[in-house]
Design a protein around this ligand. Structure first.
Ligand SMILES: Cc1cc2nc3c(=O)[nH]c(=O)nc-3n(C[C@H](O)[C@H](O)[C@H](O)COP(=O)(O)O)c2cc1C
Length: 375
């Protein structure tokens, strides 16, 4: 059984390899009548695109998306809208340099998927990692751009909150900063310190890990399908499916283990808008696998790039020991370009659960319920 598809009602299937002619995805289950043009999608792809600073791979891919199906010009508005049929999105690969990989065609990069793909399939596209390459994540970003349009009022943003051992100061968090530095960092001072730090890593031919925080605001209460389709479980699976991700936290995450019951449980009051007002958000917006209406907050840890210039001990596919040095163009900190990918996965999961909620429950319950004495 092969798993190149995720989601239930908002269903995304991706295809393509790093050095093949093209990559892309089919988004099935998108409701009809949603305005959608390539420009809407391109905006998000441009954030993930390689070669935009010295801190990401120098592979020059325009990542220009074409919509091949699933849209039509609306007679009434003249604008292009989704038709409810499968939306196929395609991105051509234009800057492959497969010869960079010929020296390692039979060798396994420690920390990469070379050995596991070989041992599983017996055949491996060594050019840029083939299907294991994070080139595939461009398709997720394209699908995420569609997903964002499905949940009314939802805003999904993400930021790099830690690079190697260097964390941001959360008191300086400013969302406007993330577009002003090459790291999607919300803390201007931290970003300034990361520049020389990552330059040093890059020049040494090494790499470093990172932590990304993703926040979804405007998510209605009631999304999530307990007990085996919990919203937090689906988010964890979605983030964990991103290349190089080794850990996921929701809300307080691992810190919850250090908290007391008083510190951890989010107390409730009534807000002026007639909705519950949570006095904190340790839960990350999810209780019992169901959204509370608070922002969804998740973090994921990304390991350091495994393709590095430093020679490493390894073996080849014929069982011989050999040393390996990976040349070619690689991100010194893959976490940076993981930021838009994290946003996309959040948007896809929430869109899927939004449609599932509509399918099973229709309108959410009219909360608050009439008190017994008022009935
Ligand atoms: C945006 C992004 C870019 C990446 N670029 C590279 C890269 O240039 N070189 C590399 O060795 N790994 C890169 N990776 C990580 C590999 O794709 C990943 O480590 C590999 O597929 C093995 O899978 P795993 O780390 O999830 O076990 C990147 C990951 C992401 C999210």
């Amino acid at each position: 059984m092969s798993f190149n598809t995720f989601g239930h009602l908002f269903r995304v299937t991706t295809f393509g390899e790093s050095h093949g002619p093209a990559i892309g995805c089919v988004v099935d289950g998108c409701p009809p009548g949603i305005p959608l043009t390539a420009v809407d999608i391109q905006h998000f792809l441009d954030k993930r695109r390689p070669g935009q600073s010295r801190f990401t791979t120098q592979r020059q891919e325009p990542d220009a998306v074409s919509i091949l199906s699933g849209v039509f010009s609306d007679d009434r508005t003249g604008g292009q809208v989704t038709t409810g049929t499968p939306i196929m999105l395609m991105i051509e690969n234009v800057d492959q340099r497969s010869k960079d990989y010929s020296a390692i065609r039979d060798l396994y990069r420690p920390g990469h998927a070379d050995y596991t793909y070989d041992v599983k399939y017996g055949v491996r596209d060594y050019r840029g990692g083939g299907r294991s390459s994070a080139r595939e994540t461009a398709c997720r970003v394209a699908a995420g751009a569609v997903a964002r349009k499905i949940v009314p009022g939802m805003a999904v943003r993400a930021a790099l909150v830690q690079m190697g051992p260097h964390k941001i100061d959360r008191r300086r968090w400013d969302w406007d900063e993330i577009d002003r530095n090459p790291f999607f960092c919300p803390d201007r001072e931290a970003a300034a310190q990361w520049e020389p730090y990552l330059d040093g890593i890059r020049k040494a031919g090494s790499s470093i890990g990172a932590v990304i925080e993703v926040v979804a605001e405007g998510v209605p209460a009631g999304l999530g399908a307990p007990v085996y389709g919990k919203l937090d479980a689906d988010l964890a699976a979605a983030f964990m499916s991103i290349n190089a991700v080794k850990g996921v936290e929701i809300g307080a995450g691992f810190t919850a283990a250090e908290l007391s019951g008083e510190e951890n449980a989010d107390e409730m009051r009534m807000g002026n808008d007639g909705k519950p007002l949570f006095l904190s958000n340790q839960a990350g917006g999810i209780l019992g696998g169901i959204s509370t209406g608070q922002p969804l907050v998740a973090r994921f840890a990304v390991k350091p790039t495994s393709s590095i210039l430093t020679p490493r001990r390894s073996i080849d596919r014929y069982g011989h020991e050999a040393d390996i040095q990976t040349k070619g163009r690689h991100d010194p900190c893959v976490g940076i370009r993981g930021v838009p990918v994290g946003e996309a996965m959040m948007a896809c999961v929430v869109a899927d659960h939004y449609l599932r909620q509509r399918g099973q429950v229709g309108e959410s319950a009219a909360w608050p319920f009439p008190a017994p004495d008022a009935r």
